[in-house]
Design a protein around this ligand. Structure first.
Ligand code: MN
Length: 205
């Protein structure tokens, strides 16, 4: 039988203590090793469940299974993007450069207006979820998106340029339930070079 390809927890592109004081070593370790890992494990378990049911030709609750699968794949993929669009403290933050700066200025007028709208998107996501910056190649506009859980409210097919995890598990050790304070801290460690790289890649397609 062919070896089964499974999802795997990626290594972080920096050390666990690299984001402190904005995200502590303890918080980042827990978030990566426990929560991100749970989506990897969850997605793999469902793939195996699908394989098994097909092999045995047994019945499955397809609706529930696919819903669960989209939740875990969403969690897996969004965390991958999140780690990559953060930079070690002292090396991130500031303002975007390059193509991204041009697009943000053209759409929002100035960076501060974008920052305000993205912050409001992040602080007001209902329940657990994400704020994301996307880009629509049809209208050629960067558009902000809220994601409830990992998989609801998304604009299908729109490429995500930047995400911010606002699940309580992302910040409760550092900020208790003060999501706004965590969102404020995020701006100090956002990796604008990575976000710009994603945009440039998309515009090249
Ligand atoms: Mn998370």
């Amino acid at each position: 039988m062919e070896p089964t390809k499974l999802y795997a927890l990626p290594k972080l592109p920096y050390e666990y203590k690299a984001l402190a004081p904005y995200i502590s070593e303890a918080q980042l370790t827990l978030h990566h090793q426990k929560h991100h890992q749970a989506y990897v494990t969850g997605a793999n378990a469902i793939l195996e469940k699908l394989d098994k049911a097909r092999k045995e030709n047994s019945d499955l609750d397809i609706k529930a299974t696919l819903k669960e699968l989209s939740f875990h794949i969403g969690g897996y993929k969004l965390h991958n993007m999140f780690w990559e669009n953060l930079a070690p403290a002292g090396k991130g933050g500031g303002v975007p450069k390059g193509e991204l700066a041009k697009e943000i200025d053209a759409e929002f007028g100035k960076f501060d207006r974008f920052k305000k709208e993205f912050t409001l998107a992040a602080t007001s996501v209902e329940g657990s979820g994400w704020a994301a910056l996307t880009y629509c190649t049809k209208t050629e506009r960067p558009i902000i998106m809220q994601v409830e859980k990992h998989n609801a409210n998304i604009y299908p097919g729109f490429s995500i340029l930047m995400v911010l995890d606002v699940w309580e598990h992302a910040y409760y050790l550092d900020y208790k339930n003060d999501r706004a304070k965590f969102v404020e801290a995020f701006w100090n460690i956002v990796n604008w070079d990575e976000v710009n790289k994603r945009l440039v890649m998309l515009l090249k397609k």
